[in-house]
Design a protein around this ligand. Structure first.
Ligand code: ADP
Ligand code: MG
Length: 302
């Protein structure tokens, strides 16, 4: 569906995209995950035909921007990192305007209003919308031409968790329909985890690693961790079988869980047999931020 081969884009001495190869299958949902400055926008904009690679090739259904510009425009739906609307017209008029570019009917506009849950706001002026509603409208515009490839640049950045979840639920609906592929950029690992079949981790213009969430965590041997606090000072020797870190003279500590269930049962057995008093405990799942730290020494978001 999308083929990206050896793509580079430099701005003077900044290697924004520095040799990227990536193929995306029909119906596949792919997240480009990386911190600010990783090169996500530059890469996506080259796929969108907005920027031209210095080196390498990009094709969508084997068509290139150079030779099939009009045709490709009809096939893709895009939403840029910053969306500007015409503030003086309402939500419905905004969608009708874009529908007219593609020769789409009022019926399609109504379908989209329903999908993005803005039917009740159809007559509101765009500048009266909340951040989440604006982002849903931007998504509606991207979808109006029934694209087979959807490209969304940071669709939920700056939104509160509820507004973010509403966007995710629309995108999950599309995923079930299997009519379009999605490339989405984000620096939120939860977004990549929740929506995408494949997560492509980018940093400094390069792909560091890619795979499903589970593949990424398992192949890098990332484990869940058990954190605990005791009520009183405890002998660390009791737990010498575990891969463990003690803090504050053995009142608190953490254990890396190699085999989660088995390790927790063993841990609880010791607690019981030695009659120890737990103040609190928590299991933290390994996540993509742990992986990013492992790969780069830095957090995904600062
Ligand atoms: N038009 C431009 N001129 C100069 N530098 C740019 C331009 N666009 C992007 N960059 C630089 O390229 C790098 C990658 O940027 P970008 O693709 O926007 O990353 P991301 O979207 O992952 O935050 C950054 O260092 C950015 O400052
Ligand atoms: Mg960006």
């Amino acid at each position: 569906m999308v083929e990206i081969k050896g793509v580079k884009k430099y701005f003077k001495n900044i290697k924004a995209v520095d040799g990227v190869d990536l193929n995306i299958a029909k119906g596949e949902f792919v997240a480009l995950l990386g911190p600010n400055g990783a090169g996500k926008t530059t890469l996506v904009e080259m796929v969108e035909g907005i920027q031209i690679p210095d080196e390498g090739q990009i094709s969508i259904t084997r068509k290139t921007w150079k030779e099939n510009r009009t045709e490709l425009h009809k096939m893709i739906g895009i939403s840029l990192q910053e969306t500007r609307f015409m503030d003086k017209i309402n939500v419905r008029e905004t969608l009708c305007l874009f529908a007219s570019f593609y020769g789409k009917s009022q019926t399609r506009v109504d379908e989209i209003l329903h999908l993005i849950n803005l039917t009740e706001k159809a007559r509101e002026r765009v500048n009266a919308l909340s951040g989440g509603q604006r982002q849903r409208l931007a998504l509606g515009i991207a979808l109006i031409n029934n694209p087979i490839l959807l490209l969304l640049d940071e669709p939920t950045t700056g939104l509160d968790p509820n507004a973010r979840r509403e966007i995710w639920s629309i995108l999950n609906k599309l995923k079930q329909e299997k009519t379009a592929s999605l490339i989405l950029t984000t620096h939120y690992m939860e977004e990549a985890e929740n929506l995408c079949d494949r997560i492509v981790i980018m940093d400094q213009g390069k792909i560091l690693m890619q795979g499903s969430l589970n593949e990424l965590l398992v192949s890098n041997n990332l484990k869940n961790t058990l954190y605990f606090n005791f009520v009183e000072k405890t002998d660390s020797q009791y737990f010498s079988d575990f891969k463990m870190v003690w803090k504050e003279e053995a009142i608190s500590g953490k254990i890396i869980l190699n085999e989660m269930n088995e390790d927790i049962r063993r841990f609880m057995k010791i607690i019981e047999s030695k009659n120890l008093n737990i103040k609190d405990m928590e299991i933290k799942s390994a996540n993509l931020d742990d992986l990013f730290i492992l790969l780069t020494g830095r957090h995904l978001t600062t």
